[in-house]
Design a protein around this ligand. Structure first.
Ligand code: AMP
Length: 446
C-alpha cells in the first residue's frame, strides 16, 4: 500500500517522499483515512510506530483547506506530556508541512513565556503544547480556542501519569463543541477510558501493537548482577560489545549523575538528561547524542519520554522501573521503524519483584545471561508468569508558514516562570510541578 492510496494530497506526499518514507506503517494505514474522513479516532499506539505522522499528515491536509487562524487563535491543538516530545512533534509537523502555507508554534514550560506569547499573536494553524504552559498562556489571554477544529491528545496515558488531568479537563472546557478529537495512548487504563468517554464521539478505535508488548524487532535480555557491580558491568558491556551508542535508564536523577561521572572518569563520552537539567542543557545534550558526539546518554523516565533517536541500537535498564509499563516505553526507543534493537536490563536481587511484574505485563519471561566475573552473590530468584497473565485491554468505546517557525526559545528561565506563576496565583500547574507530582506518586507506590 502506498501513501498516495490513503488519500493524501500532493504537497503532503511530497514532504513524505522527501523523508524517504516508502510505505505507511500500520498505524498510518489505519489512522490516515479515518482522520481524513473527519471521524474521532482513539488509537492504542506506542512511540516508534510512526503515530506522529499518522495524525499530523491528515490534520495538516485538513488545515490546508480552511481559513487561516485569526490573532491568538489556534486551529489544531496537539497536547503532549513533555517538552522534549513537544519539540519533536513540532519538528515533525514542520517537516510534514514544508509544502503547505501553515503557521505553527510550540509552547512548553521551563523557558520564557514572552516569546511564545509573541509567536501566538498572529494566530497559528497548529499549536503543539504541554498542558501546564498552555493553561498559563490561556490565563494571560495569549491563546484562544474559538476557531479550534482539531484536538490531538498524544501520549495521553503519560499526561495522566504526570498529573495533568486537571489542566486537561480545564482546557477541554474551553474548546468549542464541534471539533475532531484524536487520542493516542500506549496504554488504556480506566482513567484514560474515563477521559475518552467525555471526549470522543463514536470514535474509530485502532490498535496497532497489542498493548504492553514491545516491538518484535527488540531483543530483550536480563543480566543478573549485584547492585554494587552494575556500573562495572555496564562499562564491561560497553567495551566488550563495542557499543556505538546507548540510552541508559536510571531510577533517579542522582543515580544518573553518579553513573555519568563514573563513565566519564573511564574516558567515555557520556551525559545525563533529567528534570534538574535546564532546558537549554537538555536540548544541547540531546543534539550531541543525536549527532554522535555523546555516546552514552543516561536518562530518567520523564526526561526520556518520547525521545526520537533514529535507529538507537541499545537501550539499557540500569535500574528496572517500578511501574512496569515504563519498561515498554523505555525499550520502545530501540528497534524502531523496523530496525533491530537490543534492550538489556541489569537486574539485582532486590528488583526481582519488578522483573516479575514486567514479565507478567508483557506476557513472557525474559532470557537471562550471566557474564563471567559478574555473577551475583545475591541470587536473583527465578520468576514465573502468573496463571492469568494481564491481557492487553483494547480501547473500549467511550472508550510553517512555508517553513513552520518553531518557537526557538531555548534559554531556561525557571525564575521568570516562577515569577509568572506567582503573579498568576492561579491553579495552573507547571511541568515541573507535574513532574514532582509524578515523583511523589512513585514514592508513595514504592
Ligand atoms: P513516531 O512513532 O511517530 O515517534 O515515529 C518513529 C520514527 O519513525 C520517526 O523517526 C519517524 O520519522 C519514522 N517514520 C514514521 N513513519 C515512517 C514511515 N512510513 N516509514 C519510515 N519511517 C517512518
Amino acid at each position: 500500500m502506498s501513501f498516495a492510496s490513503l488519500g493524501l494530497s500532493k504537497p503532503v506526499l511530497q514532504a513524505i517522499s522527501e523523508q524517504n518514507y516508502q510505505i505507511p506503517t500500520a498505524i498510518q494505514k489505519q489512522a490516515i483515512p479515518a482522520i481524513l474522513s473527519g471521524k474521532d479516532v482513539m488509537a492504542a499506539a506506542q512511540t516508534g510506530t510512526g503515530k506522529t505522522a499518522g495524525f499530523a499528515l491528515p490534520v495538516l491536509q485538513r488545515l490546508s483547506k480552511g481559513n487561516a487562524a485569526s490573532s491568538n487563535m489556534a486551529r489544531a491543538l496537539i497536547m503532549v506530556p513533555t517538552r522534549e516530545l513537544a519539540i519533536q512533534v513540532a519538528e515533525s509537523v514542520s517537516i510534514y508541512a514544508s509544502h503547505l502555507s501553515l503557521r505553527s508554534a510550540v509552547v512548553y514550560g521551563g523557558v520564557k513565556i514572552n516569546p511564545q506569547m509573541m509567536r501566538l499573536r498572529k494566530g497559528v494553524d497548529i499549536l503543539v503544547a504541554t498542558p501546564g504552559r498552555l493553561m498559563d498562556l490561556y490565563q494571560q489571554n495569549a491563546v484562544r480556542f474559538d476557531q479550534l477544529e482539531v484536538l490531538v491528545l498524544d501520549e495521553a496515558d503519560r499526561m495522566l501519569d504526570m498529573g495533568f488531568i486537571e489542566d486537561i479537563k480545564n482546557i477541554l472546557n474551553l474548546l468549542p463543541g464541534r471539533r475532531q478529537n484524536l487520542m493516542f495512548s500506549a496504554t488504556f487504563s480506566d482513567a484514560i477510558r474515563e477521559l475518552a468517554k467525555g471526549l470522543m464521539h463514536n470514535p474509530v478505535e485502532l490498535s496497532v501493537t497489542p498493548r504492553n508488548t514491545a516491538a518484535k524487532t527488540v531483543e530483550q535480555w536480563v543480566y543478573p548482577v549485584d547492585k554494587k557491580s552494575k556500573p562495572a558491568l555496564l562499562k564491561h558491556l560497553i567495551h566488550d560489545q563495542q557499543w556505538e551508542q546507548a540510552l541508559v535508564f536510571t531510577k533517579t536523577k542522582q543515580a544518573a549523575d553518579k553513573l555519568t561521572r563514573y563513565l566519564i572518569a573511564d574516558g567515555m563520552k557520556a551525559a545525563a538528561i533529567h528534570g534538574d537539567k535546564s532546558q537549554s542543557v537538555r536540548s544541547r545534550v540531546l543534539g550531541e547524542f543525536k549527532n554522535g558526539t555523546v555516546k552514552i546518554l543516561i536518562a530518567t523516565d520523564i526526561a526520556a519520554r518520547g525521545l526520537d533517536i533514529d535507529q538507537l541500537p541499545q537501550v539499557v535498564n540500569f535500574d528496572l522501573p517500578k511501574v512496569s509499563e515504563d519498561y515498554v516505553h523505555r525499550i520502545g526507543r530501540t528497534g524502531r521503524a523496523g530496525t533491530t534493537g537490543h534492550a538489556l536490563s541489569l537486574v539485582s536481587a532486590d528488583e526481582v519483584k519488578y522483573l516479575n511484574d514486567i514479565e507478567n505485563l508483557i506476557g513472557k519471561l525474559l532470557k537471562r545471561k550471566l557474564i563471567d566475573g559478574f555473577e551475583p552473590q545475591h541470587d536473583v530468584p527465578a520468576t514465573h508468569l502468573s496463571d492469568k497473565p494481564k491481557k492487553p485491554k483494547k480501547p473500549k468505546k467511550p472508550k510553517k508558514p512555508k517553513s513552520t517557525e518553531l518557537n526557538q526559545a531555548s534559554h531556561n528561565n525557571k525564575k521568570s516562570e516562577a515569577r509568572q506563576k506567582k503573579k498568576l496565583g492561579g491553579n495552573a500547574k507547571s511541568e515541573n510541578n507535574a513532574r514532582n507530582t509524578h515523583k511523589s506518586r512513585n514514592r508513595t507506590r514504592s
